[in-house]
Design a protein around this ligand. Structure first.
Ligand code: 3HC
Length: 719
């Protein structure tokens, strides 16, 4: 083996059994050196007469985490995966996969070419390639349906969700679960089989695929599932086509050949690059560039939440789900009771939908304790304040928390836009104060903006980022600046949507155009959901004039159209339904407002709608990057995909702009600047990168904290 190959396989012998241990920390992907090592040592074991059986296992906590994702789209060294797996499958000694941890993607596919599979009770198996815009391309689409049946295999491959060892055993993926030492048990298992003249191969198990032949049901159900859960994605259709081949091809290798062809098509599709950008982007986002990797973390073994409303309840669920006991505080007994009731109802719904057992529900719900007393929070490791957005109220709460909790407790605010430094300033521990901006519903949405105040300490930041990972969030750091990352970008997007409405588009046209682009919800449906009256009431209260961009929504409010909350807004809603129905009665209002403001309504193309709204996000994103509010452009992609319904297969707004080409972005913006010079002035960084034909990924690092816009100066008009 040459030195450049990445990862290795360790070879050892125990009696008459050879043990091949994949060693490529931290998670053992099938990099070049691993493939080469497997090929070399399978041959070595096969050519050694004293060896009667082979164990394949992984070093550390993982079995094999799949193909090496960093190799996709590049030329690679060493043997290819399929030929390596063929060597294992046609080994003349029996091979058992001893699955010591995660066996994902190519990792499970490696186990599927072995004759037998045994796992520890911590083993996890799955084919998550769909999340990377790929399909299982090392035989998984042909072998898994043969083991678990096409219907379950499709569910696993379309969701990408892994199975626990227990479920893998009952569904037939594992032959056994080790109760003791995995390697000892695997040796014992093999010794029992050594004398057999033949050993089972998954490729020969045709019963389950033949059962599905001639019926369209399985494929029809899979297509419906893909349409519902993976709208716009390319790989799901390819996965279904592969399983169709597994069902209908008489020759196993013909099915494999189709799988390779369809895999290659996924590999060449731009969605693959976008989704792999998100895989690595999420991991990059979890790192804070100027904080040393070895910064000590505080242990978070208990938490408090102030506020038992929707946000507080959702955050409490996140923490409890990760095994952290939580005290939920409210000052009002009735609110507290109602809040706990909502939490219990949410858990019950999960039980009813088969997502957790009654026993699990009782265990997690049992971790959440209501309280009316601040004194009860004295010993918790972190408190997340989640009351409504009012700086004075939050400052009062922070003062109280500062006095009742021990000095080490982290004090976090779930504010969506208030100044974290203003909260830190009322405490004696500004280093322990941080923003944790969860997105609603907090128990579902993956995004967590971790807001870094000017004094937030390295230890606090690193601890909260690690907690974010523990509770399953995509955590992204934002500097403490108006709108943080997500809402600041959103302002440009909704601004353009509102302007398009004034210029002649209808809400349904704007929403349809952006939803067909891939956004999960168009901007007007979103505004109806949030409520049109928030800004309108705030402006009235402060005696402020309505800016042009908000004139239509203000007019709707004047006519009692507040959005979903009273069943009429940009759309009409029937009682108890969230489905938008057209509101033709609004069209006169749009015309009147446009006319009153001297705006000539015109036909607007769907392309213009998409370009203006999405490039509105991109230009603001460029400013955020330049100011250092976000650490890297990929962080903004993670924010938009996990918090704002941007399609993952487009890789986020900044990646989308890179793919479009930043020169092209500027060209389009120049055209729009005829409509609005100020708005469409390119951010200096965008202009600079476009001039250099570079991408946002090549933006120079911001080494010093920029002078940020203050919260008083900010005008977040469009939100
Ligand atoms: N290839 C290359 N690098 C990988 C990798 C892979 N398959 N899986 C993880 N890594 C890297 C991560 O990028 C990260 O690197 P970093 O430390 O430099 O940021 C490091 O390994 C640790 O990963 P995590 O932070 O994600 O570690 P966790 O312990 O939280 O999670 C895991 C472990 C569950 C294995 C998770 O990493 C994971 O889900 N990995 C991807 C699994 C996957 O999608 N496999 C399919 C690959 S495609 C395939 O197999 C195609 C085949 O069908 C032909």
């Amino acid at each position: 083996m040459t030195n450049e190959l990445k990862g290795k396989v360790n070879y050892s012998v125990n009696g008459n059994i050879a043990i091949l241990e994949v060693d490529n920390p931290p998670v053992n992907p099938l990099s070049s050196g691993v493939r080469a090592g497997l090929a070399e040592f399978i041959e070595k074991a096969n050519s050694d007469d004293s060896i009667k059986g082979i164990i394949l296992t992984g070093a550390g906590r993982s079995f094999i985490a799949g193909a090496d994702i960093s190799e996709f789209g590049k030329s690679f060294d060493g043997p290819d995966l399929n030929s390596t797996l063929r060597d294992i499958e046609f080994s003349n000694k029996p091979v058992i996969a001893a699955i010591n941890g995660t066996a994902l993607g190519g990792g499970l596919e490696t186990a599927l070419v072995c004759n037998y599979r045994m796992g520890t009770n911590k083993a996890i198996v799955g084919l998550p390639e769909v999340n990377l815009g790929l399909l299982p391309g090392a035989g998984g689409t042909q072998r898994l349906p043969r083991l678990v049946g096409p219907s379950q295999a499709l569910k696993m491959m379309l969701s990408g969700a892994p199975l626990s060892a227990e479920k893998a055993l009952t569904s037939g993926i594992l032959d056994a679960i080790s109760g003791n030492s995995l390697i000892e048990d695997a040796i014992e298992f093999l010794q029992d089989k050594i004398e057999l003249s033949e050993h089972p191969k998954v490729r020969d198990k045709n019963e389950k695929v033949l059962e599905a032949r001639g019926s369209e049901n399985v494929l029809t159900e899979a297509k419906a599932l893909a349409a519902k859960t993976r709208r716009g994605q390319f790989a799901p259709g390819q996965i279904i086509a592969c399983v169709e081949a597994a069902i209908n091809e008489d020759d196993f290798d013909a099915g494999l050949k189709k799988e390779s062809e369809y895999f290659l098509e996924c590999l060449m599709n731009p969605q693959r690059e976008a989704m792999i950008h998100i895989f690595f982007g999420e991991r990059a986002a979890s790192k804070i560039s100027d904080i040393p990797k070895d910064t000590p973390l505080m242990s978070i073994n208990s938490a408090g939440i102030v506020g038992s409303g929707t946000m507080g309840g959702g955050i409490a669920m996140n923490l409890a789900n990760a095994g952290i006991p939580v005290l939920v505080l409210d000052q009002d007994e009735k609110n507290l009771e109602r809040g706990m009731g909502v939490i219990e109802k949410n858990y019950q719904m999960m039980v009813d939908r088969g997502r957790m057992s009654q026993e699990q529900k009782e265990k997690v719900f049992g971790l959440i304790t209501p309280t009316l007393s601040y004194e009860d929070l004295a010993k918790v490791d972190i408190v997340v304040e989640a009351v409504y957005e009012n700086l004075e109220l939050k400052q009062e709460i922070f003062k109280t928390l500062d006095s009742v909790t021990n000095n080490n407790t982290i004090l976090a605010s779930n504010t969506s836009g208030l100044d974290i430094d203003a909260l830190a300033s009322v405490t004696n521990r500004p280093g322990k104060v941080v923003g944790t901006h969860f997105f609603s519903p907090a128990n579902v949405m993956r995004l967590l903006e971790v807001v870094r105040g000017k004094d937030s300490s390295d230890e606090t930041m690193a601890t909260v980022m690690s907690l974010g990972k523990k509770i399953g969030k995509a955590a992204v750091v934002s500097l403490n600046a108006p709108g943080f990352i997500g809402n600041r970008m959103l302002a440009g997007y909704t601004y353009q949507a509102n302007m398009l409405l004034l210029e002649g588009a209808l809400p349904s046209q704007v929403d349809n155009a952006l939803e067909s682009f891939g956004m999960s919800m168009g901007p007007f449906r979103m505004m109806d959901l949030v409520g049109l009256d928030l800004g309108w009431r705030a402006r009235k209260l402060a005696n402020l004039e309505t800016p042009l961009v908000n004139k239509i929504s203000a007019e709707l409010c004047e006519r009692d159209r507040f959005g979903q909350k009273n069943s009429k807004g940009f759309y009409n809603y029937s009682e108890g339904s969230r489905a938008p129905n057209p509101a033709p009665e609004n069209e006169e209002i749009y015309k009147e407002v446009s006319e009153k403001n001297n705006i000539q309504r015109r036909e607007i193309s769907d392309q213009e709608i998409i370009d203006r709204c999405i490039l509105g996000l991109v230009n603001e994103g460029a400013k955020i990057l330049e100011e250092g509010v976000a650490q890297r452009s990929g962080d903004m992609d993670i924010v938009y995909i996990n918090g704002y319904g941007f399609p993952i297969w487009r890789g986020g707004p900044m990646f989308y702009a890179n793919q479009l080409g930043l020169e092209e972005v500027i060209k389009k913006m120049n055209v729009f600047s005829e409509l609005d010079k100020e708005f469409w002035k390119p951010a200096p960084l965008l202009q600079k990168l476009a001039d250099q034909s570079a991408t946002f990924g090549e933006a120079p690092a911001v080494n010093e904290r920029a002078e940020l816009l203050s919260f008083e100066q900010a005008n977040m008009g469009g939100v």
